[in-house]
Design a protein around this ligand. Sequence first.
Ligand code: FMN
Length: 212
Amino acid sequence: MEEGDFRVLGLACSPRKGGNTDLMLESALEGAAALGATVERVYVAHLDIHPCKACNACFKTGKCVQQDDMQGLYPKLLSYEGIILAAPIFSMNLAAQAKILIDRLQCCWAKKFVLKEHTVPVEERANRRGLWLSAAGFNKPEVFEHALPTVRYFFGMLEISRRERVCFFNVDEKGAIKEVPGALAECREAGERLVHPPEYEEGEHEWLSSLS
Ligand SMILES: Cc1cc2nc3c(=O)[nH]c(=O)nc-3n(C[C@H](O)[C@H](O)[C@H](O)COP(=O)(O)O)c2cc1C
């Protein structure tokens, strides 16, 4: 791959711009950009993205009929090589802004399991990698447990099997992540690994995690 060919889409899902997960995302994107990736940050919470209506129209076409900002995100989600989901824990699970976006991948589910078609060409899948960045105020690492299946589902729908997470608990106030020693450096390194990953066994799913 040529420099700049690896594209990273960073999904900032917290409504708090400049908040903890946004800062984590910024560091990860800096890390990816430093290794030559083309990076893009999207403030999901500030887009017009409506919840899935369960109309099942996508069961026939594989496409979502709702004409909102999600239409601009679908092509990127399905073609960019790196996807970063920066989503904090709200009410013991993913923030609703992230969950609404994930629910809107129902058209990918339909394409895959109802229409039996590919959402991402098989030859492109090996190049795809994902990273989940999260922060939570609660002071125990279990706080991320309920969100994990949803995050796995998200990356699964996007045909991303190589994924990592960097999650910090006991981080509550806006910007508190800056006071956690090494936290943002860790996010930056995770962003670098997205572009230049360590060696994997074929088909291996990685969940390197830092739950400090
Ligand atoms: C509506 C709401 C619900 C929250 N619920 C939880 C929770 O259930 N568990 C938790 O550990 N922290 C919870 N928090 C705290 C956030 O996870 C924490 O402040 C985090 O650092 C926010 O990240 P951000 O700055 O990127 O938005 C909640 C915050 C909000 C605003």
